[in-house]
Write a protein that binds this ligand. Sequence first.
Ligand code: DC
Length: 226
Amino acid sequence: MIITIDGPAGSGKSTVARKLAARLGIAYLDTGAMYRAIAHAALERGVDCGDSEALADVARSVDLEVNCGPTHTRVEVDGRDVTEAIRTMAVSVASSAVAGQEGIRNLLVEHQRRLGAKLGSFVTEGRDQGSVVFPSADAKFVLDAAVEKRAERRHREMLADGEDVSFEEVLENLNRRDDVDCKQWVPLLEPEAAILIDTTHMSLKDVVDRLESEIKSICTRGSESG
Ligand code: DC
């Protein structure tokens, strides 16, 4: 079973995808972590994120290992675990530039499909999972929430990770990333095939419950028609 969850930063998709994968006992793939890992490598090598050729070189030359369990996606770059290091604000900003490079997207899309083929059943989250990467997924969701709510959630997560950042900085960063990211993935979504959920006023548990019940009815419909 392939379940895709797409949406903007702070929509709750990472936490929801992790909880859902754990409930279903299948793997969890965080594709944002792959863009972040390339961005982290570029920053470490002192590459200018405005230089698309240099960014593409980084993406082609790194050895990116992605390890998916039901509650985590761990990423290694050239044999070094960077799972925690890719969560900083600097990496968030750089990852937007990385995600804007078509050549890098193509590389990562292929990598995600290879991972998917190995995993079999999984919950994957990102921006283009239901539209580009796994268009024939069994269940597709798009989560969204008001930008202030998303900034509030992201700010809380970053403080918990020990990042010293203000709410205003997070809000500004989200607005900036939305501008860039939206050009990437909004035109790629297939609203008629995906179930859209606004999580602004929903608790985490409500969202996971809702997804689980949608998946159950998709499975029931599938077994009735098959
Ligand atoms: O979801 P996130 O904040 O970890 O994503 C990091 C960056 O990667 C963000 O700029 C959006 C981008 N991204 C993307 O373009 N496509 C994906 N499938 C996943 C993330």
